[in-house]
Design a binder for this molecule. Structure first.
Ligand code: GSH
Length: 211
């Protein structure tokens, strides 16, 4: 059975955003069973946890003696077991991985820069000075993505892949950055999927239970 490590508690603004959501969603798309292991405050700094997650973060994936960290690596690993996430055709599979890495490497850092200045450090002077530049650059990237998406339903055409799963989770971190109607509709299309809704409900349910 797959175990996904998540936090038992995070501040309200982070609920529904914590990165175990990506992994739960991928597992749901693949139709696999899993259980969540919830970290108590302080567990992330214990040596036994650092041995599997060097940075003390979530998520961690565990199954049959394999432990993995980094949500991107975990989603690819799950995708290798399910055509629902990674197509069988080698070229389509490579393009799905390309979009997953684009989400993590070309879009997420810029969106996180905006999250830092507008959410995490909003009341600090440096953040107020940095906000316009960070927003402008993130918008530039998001707008290029919207152009590339065009009138397609998903990034590589007519079906969702692991690349879309990752991109949608990244884009919903700061919804105000997504202004293009086609990209807004894309995020809504991805997150309306029953598998996403089940994953979100499971993460929020775990926080509720802990409250
Ligand atoms: N690149 C990592 C980032 C993981 C990450 O940022 N996790 C956050 C929760 S969303 C975390 O554990 N934060 C606590 C910390 O960094 O101490 C991944 O994608 O798995």
């Amino acid at each position: 059975m797959i175990t996904v490590t998540a936090f038992r508690w995070v501040p309200p603004f982070a609920r529904g955003q914590v990165r175990d959501l990506r992994v739960r969603w991928a597992i749901e798309e693949a139709g696999l069973p899993y259980q969540a292991r919830l970290l108590e405050q302080g567990d992330q700094d214990k040596p036994e946890y650092r041995a599997v997650q060097p940075f003390g973060q979530v998520p961690v994936f565990e199954e049959d003696g394999l432990t993995l960290f980094e949500s991107g690596a975990i989603v690819v690993h799950i995708g290798e077991r399910s055509e629902a996430l990674l197509p069988i055709d080698a070229a389509a599979r490579a393009r799905a991985t390309q979009w997953l890495i684009a989400a993590l490497n070309s879009i997420e850092p810029h969106i996180m820069n905006v999250a830092a200045v507008k959410l995490f450090y909003a009341d600090q002077e440096w953040a107020k000075l940095r906000a316009p530049g960070a927003t402008e650059f993130a918008r530039h990237r998001v707008s290029s993505l919207a152009t590339s998406l065009g009138d397609k339903s998903y990034l590589d055409g007519g079906r969702l892949t692991a690349g879309d799963l990752m991109m949608a989770t990244v884009l919903r971190i700061v919804p105000e950055l997504i202004v293009e109607p086609n990209l807004k509709a894309y995020v809504e299309r991805c997150t309306a999927r029953p598998a996403f809704q089940r994953a979100l409900a499971a993460q929020l349910g775990d926080f509720k239970e802990a409250a």
